[in-house]
Each structure stands twice: as structure tokens, then as C-alpha cells.
Design a protein around this ligand. Structure first.
Ligand code: R5P
Length: 285
């Protein structure tokens, strides 16, 4: 087996290569004068692992090109971050189910797909090949342990992320809850942990994605009002669009970290171990 990656997944691909002891093949990326993309990878084997986060439209095209470049080998496609995955159902007549469109396009020419903490596991069904979701909740829990907080409270910003938060909390046996919105009047809503009082607690809000930061910034403001001693944030996919990082810090969040599924300056947590383990498990099946 050999590994290739697209441009925005090079660090994670190198880490997976080290974990698996499988060579990472050098790939050169270029653009034609009209903006079309080009890539050329070194010699491949009869089995290829493609590591490619679809963080934008260019990376979607690069992923398709990488799949084609490895045409002669059996391919497992690891898409640590699957862009468009939040457009996972029909919201209005005449719209596409964008997650389905992307999953279908990526399925051509591969044998197997793996994603990491997909927003909704239902998206896996849109792939035309066997597809599985890998969770890095244990790695996020490891990061929380390194923070050396006193009796941290792990909070999901909504019920949808409660299972993920439970996976993070399980690492240290920490308290865990999710935020719930209660309408107090026509104008007023209260966002607070469903069952546990955040007063005096060191809180870590965990989520699958931070995009604009709006969800976590609102939660942080409410938690400060409720007397939380400190607030930290950790997510899997740090999209951090539209000034999200400064928005979160301004909302009183002391630290914001994400994983290398979406490579950026806040990617202090790695998905490499979880992905390498899934690949090894596949090989032993
Ligand atoms: C929503 O269900 C997701 O889990 C995230 O909470 C959401 O996508 C975050 O988006 P933003 O950072 O823009 O609030």
C-alpha cells in the first residue's frame, strides 16, 4: 500500500503514513493558466490510500483527480472532512441534496470510503461503496486531559452532539451534559446545561464543527452569565470561517482547538491514530 494526499491534507496524510509504516508518495499540485487544476503523483502500488479533506471546491476537484491518478490500484478514500455534509437533506423543493451529490461523485473509482465525525451518519448511505464513520472523541478527550482542568464539565452545544460529548467525557470519567434552549418569553431564551449547573465549573464545549463560531459564542456568553469559571472549546473540524476564531475569543473562550481533519493553525489534535486504526482493522477483516 502507498498513500497519496491532496493539498490541504498533507500533514494528516504524513502522520497516517508514520502510524501505518506505509510510504507517502510525493504529489505535485499545479494550476493551468485558466485556473484548472493538475496533479502528478509518484509511482503507486496495487493498493492506494487517498487522504483528502474536501475543505473547498478546489479540494473536491483535486480528490477526483487523485482518484483518477490512482486508476490502476484498489483505492480506499479517507475524507476526514467532507465538505457539503451539512446539506444532507432536501430543505426546499428544487434544491440538490448536496451531501449526496458529493458522496456519489467521490464513490466512482474507489472501493471503500472512510469519513471522520460526519455531521449526520445518514450521509454514509449516499456513498455508492461501503462507507464508515470514525470518531476522534478519544483524541479530543486526550486533549482535555492535557488541559489539567479541575473537574471539567464537558458540554455539547445541542442534543445532536451529546453522544460525541459523552465519548469525550468517557476518557476522564468527567461530567457531561448538553445545552438546552428554553423559551422564557416572546423575546427571551435561556441556553443552559440540561441537568448540571455550570456555576463555578471549568467547562469544555465540544462539537463536530466550528464554522462561523456563532453556536459556541452564544453558548459561551450564556455560560459566563451562569458563572462558569472558565470556558474552552474543542471541535473535530475547525472550519473557522468569517472571523470565527476572534469571535470565540471575544466571547470569553480561553482556548479554541480543532483537529487536523481541517488543517489550520488551531489543529492541535490529530485524527491520524483513529484513521490508522480503522485502516488496520480493515486489513484484518
Ligand atoms: C450543528 O448542528 C453543528 O453541529 C455545529 O454546531 C454547527 O454547524 C456550527 O456552526 P457555527 O460555528 O456556524 O455556529
Amino acid at each position: 500500500m502507498k498513500i497519496i494526499s491532496t493539498e490541504r491534507s498533507q500533514v494528516l496524510a504524513a502522520r497516517i503514513s508514520e502510524k501505518l509504516g506505509v510510504p507517502l508518495v510525493e504529489t505535485k499540485f499545479a494550476r493551468f493558466p485558466d485556473g484548472e487544476m493538475h496533479l502528478r503523483c509518484g509511482e503507486l502500488d496495487d493498493e492506494t490510500l487517498i487522504v483528502s479533506s474536501v475543505v473547498n471546491n478546489d479540494m473536491l476537484v483535486q480528490t477526483l483527480l487523485a482518484i483518477d491518478a490512482a486508476d490502476r490500484s484498489r483505492k480506499t478514500l479517507v475524507v476526514p472532512y467532507l465538505g457539503y455534509s451539512r446539506q444532507d437533506r432536501l430543505f426546499a423543493p428544487g434544491e440538490p441534496i448536496s451531501a449526496r451529490a458529493v458522496a456519489r461523485a467521490l464513490s466512482n473509482g474507489i472501493e471503500r470510503a472512510l469519513v471522520v465525525n460526519i455531521h449526520d451518519p445518514g450521509v454514509l448511505d449516499y456513498f455508492g461503496v461501503p462507507a464508515d464513520d470514525i470518531t476522534i472523541a478519544p483524541a479530543i478527550g486526550g486533549y482535555v486531559g492535557d488541559l489539567r482542568l479541575k473537574d471539567p464539565l464537558i458540554l455539547a452545544p445541542d442534543e445532536g452532539a451529546a453522544g460525541f460529548a459523552a465519548g469525550v467525557a468517557a476518557v476522564g470519567g468527567w461530567d457531561c451534559d448538553h445545552l438546552e434552549k428554553t423559551r422564557l418569553s416572546g423575546e427571551d431564551v435561556r441556553i443552559a446545561p440540561k441537568t448540571i449547573d455550570a456555576g463555578g465549573r471549568e467547562v469544555v464545549i465540544v462539537d463536530d464543527i466550528i464554522s462561523t463560531g456563532g453556536t459556541l459564542a452564544t453558548a459561551a456568553c450564556m455560560l459566563r452569565e451562569q458563572g462558569a469559571a472558565s470556558i474552552h472549546a474543542a471541535c473535530v473540524h475547525g472550519v473557522l470561517a468569517s472571523g470565527a476564531y476572534t469571535r470565540l475569543r471575544a466571547a470569553g473562550i480561553s482556548s479554541v482547538v480543532s483537529s487536523d481533519t481541517y488543517e489550520n493553525a488551531s489543529s492541535f489534535i490529530s485524527a491520524a491514530n483513529a484513521i490508522a486504526t480503522a485502516i488496520r482493522d480493515d486489513a484484518h477483516r
